[in-house]
Design a protein around this ligand. Structure first.
Ligand SMILES: [Fe+2]
Length: 250
């Protein structure tokens, strides 16, 4: 059975606008949903109204227990990236993704996420899936927007894109041109280009009592993942020029 309907990515959309959309078989979403409904979600202290399963962790804090806890989701999602024709382009040119990290977000009424880029972990690509218990409409809010950040460097001598010493890494400022405003649907997966820091995304305010569940799969390569100095330094970057320490602020 084909789990992803399209046999190849839309290269123009993925590399030109930062995302692609692919049809996903609903058996995948039903399977994910059966696990998600058993999870115990706890609030994220920095983001009111956004919660994650108890085992979920930032990529700077991945433990053996995290890998064990995410495994049941990996068992569902790995066949998509390993076997479906859609991913053949990356598999053939770069080799199979060998670092897969799952996170699950539950967003309640009033919550939102500002523009950000998820590539600080060294991931190549992100698969986003939605588990709506009830169908969402535009009135429900909680759209996924993908945009292009035209000023990724905040100051001329910044060492990283979206670098803000005052507030932490990953502060998107300046003009962002929105490329899509998308109502999450169970039968569509979004593929985000995490390799290009110009491509940022956000979630607009959720305006309904319907919880918004998303399952995110960061896809990358173990060598890049293990070599990421931010991860190996607890999400801190020490500027070699000044010695100043800046934290990630996700
Ligand atoms: Fe994100």
């Amino acid at each position: 059975m084909k789990l992803l309907k399209q046999d190849k990515p839309n290269i123009r959309s993925y590399y030109g606008d930062g995302y692609d959309i692919v049809d996903v078989d609903l058996s995948v979403i039903d399977h994910l949903g059966s696990y998600i409904l058993q999870e115990n979600f706890s609030d994220s202290p920095l983001h009111p109204g956004i919660s994650q399963p108890d085992w979920d962790a930032d990529y700077t804090n991945i433990t053996k227990e995290f890998y064990e806890a995410q495994q049941k989701y990996i068992d569902i999602l790995k066949p998509l990236v390993e076997k479906e024709n859609y991913f053949d382009y990356w598999r053939t040119l770069r080799g199979p993704f060998d670092e897969l990290i799952v996170s699950i977000n539950k967003m309640d009424k009033g919550s939102k996420m500002d523009w950000h880029w998820d590539g600080f972990d060294g991931s190549m690509l992100q698969l986003m899936l939605y588990v709506n218990l009830e169908e969402r409409t535009r009135e429900d809010g909680g759209f996924l927007e993908v945009g292009v950040s035209y000023e990724p460097m905040i100051n001329q001598d910044d060492p990283f894109p979206h670098w803000s010493p005052e507030t932490g890494l990953n502060k998107v400022t300046g003009h962002v041109m929105s490329k899509c405003s998308y109502v999450p649907k169970n039968d569509k997966a979004i593929i985000l280009n995490n390799d290009n820091p110009l491509y940022v995304h956000r979630v607009t305010e959720c305006k309904t009592d319907k919880p918004r569940y998303s399952v995110l799969l960061q896809c990358g390569y173990k060598t890049l993942w293990d070599g990421n100095s931010l991860k190996n330094n607890g999400g801190q970057y020490k500027d070699p020029r000044t010695g100043m320490i800046t934290k990630l602020n996700l």
